[in-house]
Design a protein around this ligand. Structure first.
Ligand code: G3P
Ligand code: MG
Length: 243
């Protein structure tokens, strides 16, 4: 597997400002808008299939309820994951990671897969994602990231050749030890995370790429880029790509 680096603009959850997040529709739209990389959140079903979903629960982005991990894939695939966003997306389904990877390959998109396990499910979730990636014949360029250090440790064990990024809201005091331990290529931080030019320089000096989420306006993007960050995750990639 290659060691890709992400561009300045990454479509966050697909083009999630204009299509329901983490769906195939949002991925297609990101490609149509000119994005070359997307970020997608991945959890697993009760029966162990990786699916695209941000929240532990189903209620915000589907017509289901309860937790993703409480339902088998068959049930999850029967839910509507588009109507909540707009009538034109009615009937959109929760996508599997497999479908996502196939579509990314077809559209020449690269993908940052954020491992988004339910609490306590970090290791099995990462193992199922790793198994799906390992079995994929035509794997697009992938970077794995997670807020969960346990998930990143497992990703390093399972898929040492797939680059990893440590995700934080704000870099903790021990960011260097944590990123070193999982051999992270990047650090991904919240855009309002007390980031300064000096802090970005320190991350760079440690050999890390620096990416910020979620940056939805040109003004915010300019401010963040002035600090020296390498790229941003945006729900509105088209606006930022037009910068
Ligand atoms: O991966 C960057 C960003 O997606 C992390 O936060 O909550 O939007 O998944 P969240
Ligand atoms: Mg995410």
């Amino acid at each position: 597997m290659s060691n890709p680096s992400m561009p300045r603009i990454v479509a966050h959850r697909g083009a999630s400002g204009h299509a329901p997040e983490n769906t195939l529709a949002a991925i297609r739209l990101a490609a149509e808008q000119g994005a070359t990389w997307i970020e997608i959140d991945v959890n697993i079903s009760r029966d162990g299939t990786p699916v695209l979903h941000h929240d532990d629960g189903l209620s915000r982005c589907t017509n289901g309820s309860g937790l993703v991990i409480e339902h088998d894939l068959d049930t999850l695939l029967g839910l509507d994951s588009g109507s909540w966003f707009g009538d034109q997306f009615a009937g959109e389904r929760i996508a599997t990671l497999q479908q996502c990877l196939d579509l990314c390959h077809e559209l020449s998109l690269s993908v940052n897969l954020e491992i988004k396990p339910c609490s306590g499910w970090e290791i099995p979730t990462t193992q199922k994602i790793a198994a799906t990636l390992s079995a994929q014949q035509k794997l697009p360029p992938v970077i794995l990231s997670s807020f969960s250090h346990i998930a990143l440790q497992e990703a390093a064990r399972q898929l040492p050749s797939v680059p990893r990024s440590s995700l934080f809201l704000v870099a903790p005091p021990d960011w260097q030890a944590l990123t070193t331990e999982v051999k992270a290529s990047n650090i991904h931080l919240h855009a309002n995370s007390l980031l300064t030019t000096a802090a970005v320089a320190e991350f760079h000096a440690a050999g890390l790429g620096v990416y910020c989420y979620t940056v939805n306006t040109v003004d915010n993007a300019k401010a963040v880029f002035e600090l020296g960050v390498d790229g941003v995750f945006s729900n509105y990639p088209a606006d930022l790509l037009a910068m």
